[in-house]
Ligand binder design. Structure first.
Ligand SMILES: Cc1cc2nc3c(=O)[nH]c(=O)nc-3n(C[C@H](O)[C@H](O)[C@H](O)COP(=O)(O)OP(=O)(O)OC[C@H]3O[C@@H](n4cnc5c(N)ncnc54)[C@H](O)[C@@H]3O)c2cc1C
Length: 434
């Protein structure tokens, strides 16, 4: 009986796989993380290394209705340049030339500046650029198409591991994935790049550790009368940070944190009243302001997945971790995952090794999990320190900010850290091809 089952399994391993597409890597999620990984693998390993990206949003253009813009730090810009993507968006990217940080109450007439950063990591290389999400995702999609990467407009709805043959434990197992268009794909590695509510992560049984902040970020873009001169502003107010981030032209992206109840109230206001709330926080230093596009709200939370890997599965980007946007680092962290995972896969594939083997995935996890925890804890602490009404804490943090402002060496270190250039930096983030 056992022998018959084994025989049937062997037959099925061979026969059932026949009409399916055999891939080396299947990437679930065609946002920033998924598309960037696909491009990096294709450029390093060529067409013989079979990859596909599945995302239901690909047909309408993933991120098409995303109103957000992201601060892309210098190391991630180097990665995009190395992959030939930055060249497509450079004209739309606004360099951040300096940054001011204030700390005050909402009604204060004057907002004293506690910290300023003039932001270059190397001469002529700004520490970050602002770019609209939809422009960057469109460029990544176009690049992936140009490289002939298989893009499937469908969600990965479920997957199983093919049974192991008795003599070779997990080495010949593969992922059998089912798509929402009723197709099946078979791969040696499934990468979960499917965002914070990752289906793959939950179906793999990977728990997360984290919490909701009870805060939401209102995101809206504005046009203003005066030039922002490339200056980013972070105003710490008692309900959370209010960030004014410069976009190309006389425009800015606002990320405005409130308690969730207050954010809902503000979001429901008619235009004139919404504009009045906005102006109270934005002030008039850039002249008249006018809302452009739609207002959106994003509930904020924090989590880190308890493991970044499972058998033949790797998590990247928001599927692996979610952080507060206070330091504008979520996407940058996700692309660090991508650069590290691409490097370990390419190293393995060039040696003729299995890209989904456990030791390959463990190398990825060792590289990324500690760094992610450190950044997660830092942004969580920053939010707790600044999003409160305590005058004592305000005094303590303002003394701290004032001290940092007077120590240029420390500021330089902060800038390099924020730019992703400290620690064991993956090759792509150093601007080196794989
Ligand atoms: C208000 C706000 C401001 C931010 N600002 C910054 C910033 O300035 N800088 C920064 O670095 N980060 C920032 N972030 C964080 C950043 O936006 C995210 O970290 C980033 O979008 C995550 O990218 P991702 O590719 O991992 O996931 P996502 O962008 O969420 O992409 C996931 C993709 O997976 C697809 N998908 C979902 N389920 C499935 C499935 N079952 N099968 C296949 N596909 C699936 C979705 O359609 C989607 O396209 C900000 C976040 C917020 C909320």
């Amino acid at each position: 009986m056992v022998a018959a089952i084994r025989l049937a399994r062997r037959f099925c391993n061979w026969f059932c796989a026949m009409p399916r597409s055999d891939l080396d890597v299947l990437i679930a999620g065609g946002g920033f993380a998924g598309l960037t990984l696909a491009i990096a693998l294709r450029q390093a390993l060529g067409e013989r290394f079979a990859i596909a990206v599945a995302d239901p949003g690909l047909s309408r253009g993933a991120a098409a209705d995303d109103e957000r813009a992201s601060a892309i730090v210098a190391s991630v810009r180097r990665l995009f340049e190395t992959l030939g993507v930055w060249q497509r968006v450079a004209a739309d990217a606004q360099p951040i030339l300096d940054m001011v940080v204030t700390d005050s109450r909402l009604g204060d007439a004057v907002r004293p500046t506690f910290l300023t950063f003039a932001g270059e990591v190397e001469p002529g290389e700004p520490f970050a650029h602002m770019i609209e999400n939809r422009i960057l995702v469109a460029a990544l999609t176009a690049k992936a198409r140009q490289l002939g990467i298989g893009l499937r407009s469908a969600a990965v709805t479920d997957f199983t591991l093919t049974p192991a043959s008795d003599d070779n434990a997990s080495a010949d197992r593969r992922i059998d994935a089912r798509l929402s268009d009723a197709q099946a794909l078979n791969a040696r590695l499934l990468v979960a790049a499917d965002g914070a509510r990752s289906t793959i992560r939950s179906k793999a049984g990977i728990a997360t550790h984290g919490w909701s902040y009870g805060q939401s970020a209102i995101v809206v873009n504005v046009a203003h009368a005066r030039d922002h001169q490339g200056r980013a502003e972070e105003h710490f107010l008692p309900s959370g940070p209010f960030a004014i981030l410069p976009l190309k032209g006389k425009r800015a992206s606002i990320v405005w944190t409130e308690t969730t109840a207050e954010a809902e109230r503000i979001m429901a206001l008619p235009e004139a009243e919404f504009d009045a709330e906005l102006e109270q926080r934005f002030k008039l230093h850039l002249g008249d302001i006018k809302v452009i596009g739609k207002r959106r709200v994003h509930p904020l939370g924090f989590f880190v997945a308890r493991s970044f890997i499972a058998e033949r599965i790797a998590l990247v980007g928001d599927a692996a971790h979610l952080i507060h946007p206070i330091a504008g680092q979520g996407l940058n962290m996700g692309l660090k995952d991508v650069a590290a995972l691409a490097e370990v896969i390419v190293d393995a594939a060039r040696l003729g090794l299995d890209p989904g083997a456990l030791d390959v995935l463990e190398r990825y996890q060792r590289w990324r999990r500690f760094d992610t925890m450190a950044m997660g804890v830092a942004t969580d602490g920053l939010n707790r320190l600044f999003s409160n009404r305590s005058d004592v804490l305000r005094l303590v943090r303002d003394v701290g900010l004032g001290l940092v402002d007077r120590l240029p060496a420390l500021k330089r270190l902060f800038i390099r850290e924020a730019a992703g250039l400290v620690g064991e930096v993956p090759k792509l983030l150093r601007g080196e091809a794989l």
